[in-house]
Design a protein around this ligand. Structure first.
Ligand SMILES: Cc1cc2nc3c(=O)[nH]c(=O)nc-3n(C[C@H](O)[C@H](O)[C@H](O)COP(=O)(O)OP(=O)(O)OC[C@H]3O[C@@H](n4cnc5c(N)ncnc54)[C@H](O)[C@@H]3O)c2cc1C
Length: 518
């Protein structure tokens, strides 16, 4: 394990007030997740008055964690793209104060695949170690393995799409000449399709299983390994709450007014323009601009009654796959797992046979041992977590009957504990506390459509889509966050937030400014 850290330095102080009754234009933002807070920060850097409305009693949205009997169960962060402060994305995080006081773990091992026959494949972050490991398992695939490593190296270049925060670079002829052929060749391939190139059946299984999302674009895999190799996708010790806290602090320092526990019920529209929000309880909040930085489906169909947005945009809900809802099973375990490698992502464990868990058939489970974050458990103990796809309709139906719902959660936790017991004898006896978050838990706390945990899945089709950042027929309303950028994730909040404020500045004839927090 190597660690890198970014320590705090001068916080931005200019324009740190948000004076009511000033002549500055007012922005009302729906949602205090990473997108809403990012929009707020950049808007304040550019002199707008900012009010952010959040239905939950804390900021962060999906980037969150919860405590149970001395254990912290994290509901989000595996790796933060841009953990290297000198990277392009790192620059945005420094503007947003997110790297302040963070210590990142750049784990040597990204993922592991464990076959039912005891075979293992370790996906190292270092590309030469990864190459050697893949060759150890599948010497017959030397050619394809070398091509894979070469592609990852290519995606590590500064002009790769994964390292761009300024998308205008993509319009340059030199960029097009280099990258268009790569996208023509690989942009149409899913992980599943790409994995078929390997002759070795175990490598094929391990490559696909360690992502557990067969429809995911292979380009996303190339980019992720490139970030890992560059130590630019570290795990922040302290997890999601610490990350969200850093962004909240920056937003408040800049003068954003954050209204927690305040649900937005309607967008107010007058003469084809969004002019404010109606809040739960009936209060109206007027603004020059409204920003939707939460769930897009409920914005279109509940807050605006389906009256705005093009047929194409609404059609995404039928035609574009989402990150399927998950069930997150967390165990506080009185055991250290010191002999288990530090794996910042997941270990894919192949099951002896297909098994129905949490309403869906599974051939493997993804487990994660938090032995890399000592802040999550009392000394001598560790958090172990399993994430499984779980059908939304199944859990929505169960949730109508509380007793059945609780029983189903208990059963899922018991099923997974049995599997972990077989893998780590003595596991069940060491469990101190268990927690289960179902798709409806994610829906309830974050309001995301179908409880999706990251918005649109970056499939070969969706990664090339340019999703609208406004709603057709409605002036004054702008969109940011995971529902307007396939692939979602925390960086999409920062990037779409920054672009949105650039758009507003252009509209208002202002120069766009930023400042650094770290
Ligand atoms: C298990 C898991 C693992 C993940 N791993 C990673 C990772 O390793 N790296 C990474 O970058 N990302 C990861 N993500 C994804 C990441 O958390 C999300 O993509 C990101 O947080 C989305 O941010 P957002 O601001 O767009 O949306 P959200 O976080 O959903 O924020 C929207 C906010 O709007 C609020 N809201 C919605 N409607 C209203 C309303 N009407 N009134 C008031 N408030 C409203 C919601 O309560 C919410 O707080 C993971 C997510 C999960 C669940």
């Amino acid at each position: 394990m190597t660690t890198s850290s970014a320590t705090s330095s001068t916080a931005h102080t200019a324009s740190a007030t948000n004076p009511a009754n000033s002549t500055a234009k007012r922005i009302a933002i729906i949602g205090a997740g990473f997108a809403g807070l990012s929009v707020g920060c950049y808007a304040r850097m550019n002199g707008y008055e900012v009010d952010i409305f959040e239905q939950h009693d804390m900021v962060g949205g999906l980037c969150t964690a919860w405590e149970r009997q001395g254990y912290t169960f994290d509901g989000c962060i595996h790796w933060l793209v841009g953990s290297n402060p000198d990277s392009a994305m790192g620059h945005l995080w420094r503007e947003l104060g997110v790297l302040r006081g963070q210590t990142f773990v750049d784990s040597e091992v990204f993922q592991v695949a464990e076959g039912r026959d005891g075979r293992r494949l370790t996906f190292y972050s270092d590309l030469q170690r990864l190459r050697a490991e893949m060759l150890r398992v599948a010497p017959e695939d030397r050619g394809e393995i070398d091509r894979f490593i070469a592609l990852v190296e290519k995606f590590g270049r500064p002009d790769s799409i994964g390292n761009l925060t300024d998308m205008s670079v993509m319009r340059r002829p030199s960029w097009l000449l280099t990258w268009v052929p790569v996208f023509i060749k690989y942009g149409r391939l899913t992980i599943h399709q790409y994995a078929q190139r390997f002759k070795n059946p175990f490598l094929r299984w391990a490559f696909e299983a360690s992502w557990d999302m067969p429809e995911f674009s292979i380009v996303g895999v190339f980019m992720t390994y490139a970030w890992l190799a560059a130590k630019n996708a570290g795990y922040p010790v302290g997890g999601s709450l610490k990350l969200a806290g850093a962004l909240e602090q920056r937003a408040r320092e800049l003068g954003c007014r954050i209204h927690l526990g305040t649900r937005v019920e309607k967008v107010l529209v007058e003469g084809g323009k969004a002019v404010g929000l109606r809040l739960a309880g009936g209060t109206e909040h007027r603004a020059d601009y409204v920003v939707g930085a939460g769930d897009l489906h409920s914005l279109i169909y509940q807050l605006l009654d389906g009256t705005h947005g093009s047929a194409r945009q609404k059609g995404f809900f039928d035609s574009c796959p989402i990150f399927e809802p998950i069930i997150l099973l967390s165990y506080g375990v009185r055991r250290e797992f010191a002999d288990h490698p530090l794996v910042a992502s997941y270990v894919a464990l192949q099951l002896p046979e297909e098994r129905v868990i949490a309403g869906a058939p599974h051939r493997q489970i993804m487990y994660r041992i938090y032995n890399f974050d000592p802040t999550f458990a009392p000394a001598g103990s560790t958090v172990v977590q399993v994430m499984l796809q779980a059908p939304y309709e199944h859990w929505k139906e169960l949730a109508k009957d509380r007793a059945r719902y609780l029983a189903a959660k208990k059963q899922a936790a018991a099923d997974v504990a049995d599997i972990l017991e077989a893998r780590f004898p003595g596991f069940k006896a060491a469990i101190a506390v268990t927690d289960v978050a179902s798709p409806t838990t994610f829906e309830r706390y974050t309001w995301n459509w179908r409880g999706s945990f990251e918005g649109w899945l970056p499939t070969p089709k969706s990664v090339t889509l340019r999703m609208p950042k406004t709603l057709e027929g409605l002036d004054g309303l702008y969109l940011a966050g995971q529902w307007v950028q396939p692939g979602g994730g925390l960086p999409s909040g920062a990037m779409t937030g920054r672009q949105l404020v650039q758009t507003l500045c252009r509209r208002d004839g202002k120069e766009f400014h930023t400042s650094l927090s770290v």
